[in-house]
Design a protein around this ligand. Structure first.
Ligand SMILES: C[S@@+](CC[C@H](N)C(=O)[O-])C[C@H]1O[C@@H](n2cnc3c(N)ncnc32)[C@H](O)[C@@H]1O
Length: 434
């Protein structure tokens, strides 16, 4: 494969290309690399850049300089797959890398065109880019490090360049999980032992341990990758086994009611019992607690549950029976917490939800699952009825989740809609196309 690089600083690539696997790849003839300077395409003392139009400081690489470079290198090496680099480009991940690797291999000639200064005139990208790559949501001084990153990522796909093809196929992000932790000698270092299981010689136990560790790491640090992967049922089971248990409580007390928003108690509604039970079952919630201190309200719920928990309900609608099976009635949240603690042997972290933006020392968002899950404690989401939880109750909870919402300023979801949205955002799968 031919690789051409045009840069403001081609000298940056000298040691990069003359080290380790990249050096060997060139010596073995897998790749041949040409590095070139944008300055080769202007007359001596002529500038390659010019100030941006409009207000705002900064210099841009001129389009005709880039164009001359592209034409010259394509004349020598044939038509190329041309990659530009910019924070506004498509974010690089292993899926995108795989897709690019196929396109580059088909083209046989890869051209990397990293920018400097404020970037390049936008028209040159529109005219020539086959791909505009971003390496993340941050800004670097130039596109050379992104170009090197892309090259290292792409060349791992070329058979022969990386010694063991097996490691490419099994590494992090080749499937839904990142790699498991690995250890070498010494067995004890700074008081830390290499886990017994991987020294035991029991391959089945070691594989099970590795798969569990890989799933745990992915869950805590790369959940968005994990949930966007089209998981099979075996992989889903592995994740379920390491994800802490989640519970839901719908509270009819400790909530604000009436026009003057006093703390009071609301009535149960059968639609909330049904719909939240169905959402809970869909997202793997272990138990759904209906919390009300009022005995007559508890009786109403119990009558409904009795129907669905027994033969007539099962015959009438099996899946509804299944959804309502883990529903339990509790007097207050303390009872629900105690029930979870006796089941799990650990107190749950109580995460309150609110439609109002309320200050809380431990406010969390839908990007913070890792903070919760790494504590390895069960999780109880509490949802309020009426006009939402009282401020006092919210402050007693371990965490407060930021409200859900869209781009409009209307925010009056029913509690059952809020439960469905929150569970989906928190732990739902959002698989990309298989
Ligand atoms: C200082 S940056 C220009 C930043 C640009 N004005 C902006 O705000 O998006 C100069 C060049 O570095 C490269 N670069 C910087 N950050 C990058 C990133 N996250 N991914 C890919 N390239 C990047 C691009 O080639 C970019 O044109």
């Amino acid at each position: 494969m031919k690789i051409s690089i045009i840069s403001v600083f081609p000298e940056l690539y000298t040691s990069f290309l003359n080290t380790s696997l990249l050096k060997r790849a060139q010596e073995s003839g897998y790749i041949s690399v040409t590095t070139d300077s944008f300055f080769s395409y202007v007359a001596p003392k002529e500038r390659i850049d010019a100030p941006t139009f409009g207000h705002g400081a900064g210099m841009l690489i001129k389009p005709e300089v880039v164009e001359k470079g592209i034409h010259s290198l394509e004349e020598k090496n044939g038509k190329a797959f041309k990659v530009f680099f910019s924070p506004h480009g498509k974010k690089l991940d292993q899926d995108y890398l795989t897709q690019l690797a196929k396109q580059v291999q088909a083209a046989g000639h890869l051209m990397l065109i990293p920018a400097r200064y404020e970037g390049m005139d936008a028209r040159v990208e529109a005219e020539y880019a086959d791909a505009v790559v971003s390496v993340g949501d941050f800004v670097l001084m130039g596109g050379d490090v992104p170009a090197m990153m892309l090259l290292e990522g792409l060349l791992r796909f070329v058979p022969g360049i990386v010694g063991k093809q097996e490691s490419v196929e099994k590494d992090s992000f080749s499937g839904p999980f990142v790699d498991y932790p690995e250890y070498t000698e010494p067995v004890e270092w700074h008081g830390k032992q290499v886990p017994e299981v991987i020294r035991s010689g029991n391959h089945a136990a070691m594989d099970a341990w590795r798969s569990e560790q890989a799933a745990k790491r992915t869950l805590i640090h790369h959940f968005d990758w994990l949930r966007s992967y089209p998981l099979n049922s075996e992989q889903k089971k592995v994740v379920q086994a390491v994800m802490p248990s989640h519970y839901v409580a719908l509270c009819h007390s400790e909530v604000l009611i009436g026009k003057d928003k006093q703390v009071g108690t609301t009535s149960v509604t059968s639609i909330d019992i049904h719909d939240i039970a169905r959402s809970s079952r869909t997202y793997g919630i272990k138990n759904y607690f209906i919390v009300t201190p009022l005995l007559d309200q508890q009786r109403i719920v119990q009558t409904l549950l009795d129907f669905w928990h027994t033969d007539s309900g099962i015959t009438y609608n099996q899946s509804r029976h299944e959804a309502l099976r883990p529903v339990e009635i509790k007097d207050d949240i303390t009872q629900a917490v105690a029930a979870i603690e006796s089941l799990e042997g650990k107190k749950p972290l109580v995460i309150a939800t609110s439609a109002r933006s309320v200050g809380h020392v431990k406010q969390i968002s839908f990007h913070d699952q890792g903070i919760i899950w790494e504590q390895e404690r069960p999780v109880l989401f509490v949802f309020g009825t009426g006009k939402g939880f009282s401020e006092e109750f919210l402050q007693q909870c371990d965490y407060l989740l930021l409200p859900v919402g869209g781009f409009s300023d209307f925010n009056h979801l029913s509690v059952r809609s809020a439960v469905a949205i929150i569970l989906d955002r928190w732990m739902g799968l959002i698989a990309k196309k298989p």
